[in-house]
Design a protein around this ligand. Structure first.
Ligand SMILES: Nc1ncnc2c1ncn2[C@@H]1O[C@H](COP(=O)(O)OP(=O)(O)OP(=O)(O)O)[C@@H](O)[C@H]1O
Ligand SMILES: [Mg+2]
Length: 220
């Protein structure tokens, strides 16, 4: 199986947008793909369709939300806080097992994280720990807002320090304070391995109309 963990330099940068676009493009080419977002906070049944879970269900064709996001929490907070409010803490062991049971041979598996790299899932277990336990290559979604280069380089340093493989950096153009995709890419390039792809994702009206992202799959 080919798996990618989609993380980001922060929340609201474009993880779901990118993951939905890649899922859509793989399906259009009849490539088997499984897409999950196991933890979601700020989830409201009344707005399911516009939630990450709903968007990834639409992109993947999955009809059972339990198969996309089994850990759903109402409060729009860090998962460790949202889970505490509902007295339903996340068991890291169960979280890792859940994903491992969904790995299917010859299928690309995309897993969207939650927020950025150091987001707590429990008070002493972060997204970084989760990524290390899964051991799949990481796709880092970055933005172009003022400050994004700093956030991107901090994220890259942390990933590299902990031995995670950065398969690609996706530069998803931000809506505000846009410093430009090209300038952002140039600033990041000296700090990543030559094996890491940089993919440009301009500001577009919908994930269905994203430029071709399948070059991500080339170097395997
Ligand atoms: N390249 C882009 N073009 C147009 N809109 C985008 C792009 N990237 C992200 N967006 C929009 O920005 C908003 C935030 O993106 P998205 O929900 O994908 O972020 P996220 O990293 O998944 O956030 P979260 O941490 O909440 O999961 C969404 O409304 C999304 O449609
Ligand atoms: Mg998201």
């Amino acid at each position: 199986m080919t798996g990618y963990f989609i993380t980001a330099i922060g929340t609201g940068v474009g993880k779901t947008f990118f993951t939905a676009a890649l899922t859509h493009q793989l399906r259009e080419k009849n490539k088997p793909v499984r897409t999950v977002k196991p933890i979601i906070s700020g989830y409201d049944d009344a707005h399911h369709d516009s939630s990450d879970t709903g968007i990834l269900m639409q992109a993947s064709g999955e009809v059972n939300r339990e198969e996309i996001s089994p850990w759903r929490y109402a409060a729009p907070l860090s998962p460790h806080l949202a889970a505490a409010m509902e007295d339903r803490p996340i068991d890291p062991f169960a979280l890792v097992k859940w994903f491992q049971h969904r790995i299917v041979p010859d299928t690309t598996t995309l897993i969207e994280g939650v927020g950025g790299i150091m987001v707590p899932i429990t008070p002493d277990y972060t997204v970084l720990d989760w990524m290390r336990a899964l051991g799949v290559p990481v796709v880092l979604v970055a933005g172009t807002y003022l400050g994004a280069i700093n956030h991107t380089l901090l994220s890259i340093e942390q990933l590299v320090r902990h031995g995670l493989v950065i398969h690609a950096v996706i530069i998803s153009q931000s809506a505000h304070e846009d410093c430009g995709i090209e300038a952002t890419a140039q600033a990041i390039a000296p700090w990543i391995s030559r094996h890491t792809q940089i993919i440009h994702l301009p500001r577009i009206c919908s994930w269905q109309s994203a430029p071709n992202l399948l070059s991500l799959m080339d170097e395997q």
